[in-house]
Design a protein around this ligand. Structure first.
Ligand code: NAD
Ligand code: ZN
Length: 341
C-alpha cells in the first residue's frame, strides 16, 4: 500500500510502498479517506531533538484521520464493516491503576499511533477497536479528520467551567483557535487569544474570539482595560508552549483563577511561583483527550452548532503531500488536510 513514511533520520518525509497492516483479533482495519497534518508531524518532518529520541526509523507516521472500517478481528463487537470512524491515537495498557479505574487518559504506558507505532498516513491503518470512534452521519469527513487536535482543544477548554467567565488563550495555533471557538460556544463572556502570527490571529477573529491580540505590538493589559476588565482572567488555556506567553498569562490572571496547560514548554521554563501562590491559582496539566468523554463532547458540540469549518484552510491530494508540509511549515495556515481518495 501507499504510505508516507519517515524513511531516513534526516529532514523530510517520503512516499513509499509499505506492507498492508495485519488485523489482530481485537483490531479494526480502516481504509483511510483523509488525514490532517499535526504539529507533531512537523516535528517529525524537521527531525528535531524530540523526534530523534522518539521516532523509530523507518516508520509510517500520522495520527489525525478519518476512514472506513473494511475488516475487523473476530473478537470485535460494536462495529461493522462500512462504519465511518476516526480514532484515539493513544493506545493504553489496560492494566495500570488508572486504566483499571476508568481513568484511561492517565495511563502511564500510552503508545502513540504514528509516534511509537505505524500511523495513519497510509491507505490502511490498524488500531484496536477500543480506540475507534464512530462519526455521526451529519459530521463531514473534513471535520472528522481533525478530531484528534479538536479533542485537545475540547479537553483543555472544558477542564474548567467557562460559563460567564473571561478566558485567556495564549497561542493561536489550530488548537488554540478551536479552543476559542469552543469557549465562546459554551458561554464564556470574553475570549481573548494571543499570538505573534497575524494570519492565525485573523483566523481566530473569524472563529469567534472577542479579541485576538498580537503581543508583539499590543499589550494584553490595554486590551483588558478596553474591555472593562478590572480584575483579571478567570480561566487561562496555555496553548503555545512559549515561556513568555505563560509569564504573561500568570500576571494577568485574577485571584483564584484556573489554568489548563496543553502547550509543551522547553524543559527549563522558569515560573513566577509568587503569582501562583499569592493569587491561589489552580494549574492543571492536559495530555491528549479523555477517553471517550472528549470524543462524545466533540461530536455533540458540532451537532449543537459549533462551526469549526474555517480552521481547515488547505486541502491537497496525497500526491501533493510536500506542498501540504510546506504549507504547515510556513505558519500561514490553519489545519492542512491530505486526501487519500
Ligand atoms: P502551534 O505550534 O501551531 O501553535 C502555537 C502558537 O503559539 C503558534 O501559532 C505561535 O505563533 C504561537 N506563539 C508563539 N509565541 C507566542 C507568544 N509569545 N504568545 C502567544 N502565542 C505565541 O501548535 P498547536 O498544534 O496549535 O498546539 C498547541 C500546543 O499544544 C503546542 O505547544 C503543542 O506542542 C501542544 N500540544 C500538546 C498536546 C498535549 O497532549 N499536551 C497535544 C497536542 C499539542
Ligand atoms: Zn494503563
Amino acid at each position: 500500500m501507499k504510505a508516507l513514511s519517515k524513511l531516513k533520520a534526516e529532514t523530510g518525509i517520503w512516499m513509499t510502498d509499505a506492507p498492508k497492516p495485519e488485523v489482530g483479533h481485537n483490531d479494526l482495519l480502516i481504509k483511510i479517506r483523509k488525514t490532517a497534518i499535526c504539529g507533531t508531524d512537523v516535528h517529525i518532518y524537521k527531525w528535531d531533538e524530540w523526534a530523534k529520541k522518539t521516532i523509530p526509523v523507518p516508520m509510517v507516521v500520522g495520527h489525525e484521520y478519518v476512514g472506513e472500517v473494511v475488516d475487523m478481528g473476530q473478537e470485535v463487537r460494536g462495529f461493522n464493516v462500512g462504519d465511518r470512524v476516526s480514532g484515539e491515537g493513544h493506545i493504553t495498557c489496560g492494566h495500570c491503576r488508572n486504566c483499571r479505574a476508568g481513568r484511561v487518559h492517565l495511563c502511564r504506558n500510552t503508545i502513540g499511533v504514528g509516534v511509537n507505532r505505524e500511523g495513519s498516513f497510509a491507505e490502511y491503518l490498524v488500531i484496536p477497536a477500543y480506540n475507534a470512534f464512530k462519526i455521526p452521519d451529519n459530521i463531514s469527513d473534513e471535520l472528522a479528520s481533525i478530531f484528534d487536535p479538536f479533542g485537545n482543544a475540547v479537553h483543555t477548554a472544558l477542564s474548567f467551567d467557562l460559563v460567564g467567565e473571561d478566558v485567556l488563550i495564549t497561542g493561536a495555533g489550530p488548537i488554540g483557535i478551536m479552543a476559542a471557538a469552543v469557549a465562546k460556544h459554551v458561554g464564556a463572556r470574553y475570549v481573548v487569544i494571543t499570538d505573534v502570527n497575524e494570519y492565525r490571529l485573523e483566523l481566530a477573529r473569524k472563529m469567534g474570539a472577542t479579541r485576538a491580540v498580537n503581543v508583539a505590538n499590543e499589550k494584553l493589559e490595554d486590551v483588558m482595560k478596553e474591555l472593562g476588565m478590572t480584575e483579571g482572567f478567570d480561566v487561562g488555556l496555555e496553548m503555545s508552549g512559549v515561556p513568555s506567553a505563560f509569564t504573561n498569562m500568570l500576571s494577568n490572571m485574577n485571584h483564584g483563577g484556573k489554568i489548563a496547560m496543553l502547550g509543551i514548554p522547553p524543559s527549563d521554563m522558569a515560573v513566577d511561583w509568587n503569582q501562583v501562590i499569592f493569587k491561589g491559582l489552580v494549574i492543571k496539566g492536559i495530555y491528549g483527550r479523555e477517553m471517550f468523554e472528549t470524543w462524545y463532547k466533540m461530536a455533540s458540540l458540532i451537532q449543537s452548532g459549533l462551526d469549526l469549518s474555517p480552521i481547515i484552510t488547505h486541502q491537497f491530494p496525497i500526491d501533493e503531500f510536500q506542498q501540504g508540509f510546506d504549507t504547515m511549515l510556513s505558519g500561514q495556515s490553519g489545519k492542512v488536510i491530505l486526501d487519500w481518495c
